[in-house]
Design a protein around this ligand. Structure first.
Ligand code: HEM
Length: 148
């Protein structure tokens, strides 16, 4: 096994945790929380998932950038949208930035005073982050065919 292959396996495990966790939240917990108007269901999930989810995101970023360098997609080439793989990496970095924005909105503006009347705001954030996560996975899958 090459080092790149090992790093790719770490990337895939972290992607499974990140995408899987968000799909579970969006498909199983969120509809129940909305139906019962019970924000505690979301808060309990967040509390249990936070450490695992954050570690998986850190691993995704570190391994993703590592593999991008293996493909010659270095810092100076980012956001030039000039080659197939570089395009995918740059779009992934933009989506990563959007994920950070969603996390900041959730942590500072929505979660601190989440209640039954504003629970739909959390739903918008959860669905956005989940859609972004699935898009990142689909984009990743294009790289072995040369990117976009
Ligand atoms: C939520 C975040 C992410 C998810 C869910 C994700 C998911 C994936 C998946 C499923 C693959 C497919 C691997 C294969 O073809 O077997 C992949 C590949 C890849 N990802 Fe990510 N990724 C994420 C973030 C990132 C970031 C932030 C970067 C870099 C800036 C990155 C760079 C790459 C690269 C370079 C590959 C190609 C690896 C290879 O085929 O050897 N990823 N990603």
């Amino acid at each position: 096994m090459t080092l790149h292959h090992f790093v790719l396996i770490l990337h895939l495990l972290a992607a499974a945790v990140w995408v899987g966790g968000h799909l579970l939240l969006a498909i199983c917990y969120l509809p129940t929380a909305l139906k019962k108007k019970d924000p505690q269901i979301i808060l309990n999930f967040e509390k249990k998932y936070e450490a695992l989810g954050m570690s998986s995101l850190v691993i995704l970023i570190a391994t993703g950038i590592w593999m991008a360098y293996d493909f010659g997609v270095t810092f100076e080439t980012w956001f030039s949208f000039s080659s197939g793989i570089e395009k995918v990496v740059s779009i992934k970095l933009i989506l990563l930035f959007l994920t950070f924005i969603c996390a900041i909105c959730a942590q500072f503006f929505v979660l601190p005073n989440l209640n039954e009347t504003n629970i739909h705001r959390m739903a918008v954030i959860i669905i956005s982050v989940t859609t972004i996560a699935v898009t990142m996975l689909v984009l990743g899958s294009t790289i072995r065919y040369g990117g976009l």
